[in-house]
Design a protein around this ligand. Structure first.
Ligand code: ARG
Length: 297
């Protein structure tokens, strides 16, 4: 079932099957990371400006932060010629189906040709790790960018699906059928917020961090119906510092780009503990913490 309007929501989030927190994380080395082409507005001024050594230090700090939080990272090596491969949230959607005790990944169909060749490396990685690897049906003409646009509701078997720039709405009907899951769709219309993970960051079952300017009234109503508390990031922090591309792996700590002062203050007021990281080299490509990791069960 796919939902596009708050009026149609025929369930309470708290009645849905419990979903355990994923306890594993995948990171991809930034050895070949660069801005070599422009596929989102954030990249346009930054072609050729990535400082490789700085990027590597920033990535190592992210790896150390997950390790310190007891989520020990698996590491995949980035490949030459695939400068965006470091953004490992985009090539797959990992899933755990609580009712069937089944875990796997749905492979993405990248919108940009420049990124298509990244997907087979992730398919191989997950296959080697014993995950079921699912594909969208051949007969639908839909692009899908994994957890860039499809984000699990923490602790409940419910999927949020962004569409408008990278992922086609049709992909979500197919995913709903494949995984027997309800999907709530959010339309994206502002190109700075080209993936759902740039403007929507569920923290726990009840709290979500959002960039309000990225969402329309219907999206806002869907979010307010499903979460008790909506925390808004100031637009300048969300748009330019990727405040909503944060990640809360444990319901408490929020890994977030450093310097998002308005956002971190609001997070603290709700009892969260911000962990600030510098991802400035990755912001040049239009990504920060959330898209640099993939959580899996
Ligand atoms: N340059 C990459 C792209 O535009 C950045 C992806 C960042 N990932 C994300 N989930 N926002 O595809």
């Amino acid at each position: 079932m796919v939902y596009t309007s708050a009026r149609d929501l025929d369930f309470q989030v708290s009645d849905l099957s419990p979903l355990p927190r994923p306890h594993r994380v995948l990171l991809t080395t930034p050895t070949h990371f660069d801005v070599e082409y422009v596929i989102n507005p954030h990249m346009s001024e930054n072609v050729g400006t990535v400082m490789k050594d700085v990027a590597f230090q920033q990535w190592k700090a992210l790896r150390a932060t997950y390790t310190a939080l007891d989520v020990s990272p698996s590491v995949l090596n980035g490949k030459s010629g695939l400068p965006d491969m470091v953004f490992c949230a985009n090539q797959t959607l990992p899933f755990y189906q609580p009712d069937a005790d089944r875990r796997g990944v749905v492979l993405s169909r990248m919108h940009a040709d420049e990124r298509s060749d990244e997907v087979p490396y992730y398919a191989d990685f997950f296959e080697d790790q014993g995950y079921e690897v699912e594909r969208l049906p051949d007969d639908i003409d839909a692009s899908f960018e994994g957890m860039g646009d499809a984000i699990w509701h923490p602790s409940r078997y419910l999927l949020w699906g962004g569409y408008g720039f990278r992922t086609s709405p049709d992909a979500y009907q197919a995913i709903s059928d494949l995984l027997n899951v309800r999907v709530v769709l959010l339309e994206l219309t502002d190109a700075d917020y080209y993936h759902l993970d740039t403007c929507f960051c569920p923290l726990d079952e009840d709290h979500v961090l959002i960039a309000d300017d990225a969402l329309n009234d219907e999206g806002r109503a869907l979010i307010e119906t499903c979460f008790d508390t909506v925390i808004e990031a100031p637009d300048n922090e969300a748009r330019h510092q990727f405040a909503c591309n944060a990640h809360c792996p444990d319901g408490k700590h929020v890994l977030i780009q450093e310097g998002c002062e308005g956002t971190t203050e609001r997070l603290r007021a709700e009892g969260f503990v911000p962990v600030e990281l510098d991802t400035s080299e990755f912001l040049k490509a239009g990504g920060s913490v959330f898209c640099m990791k993939q959580m899996m069960w």
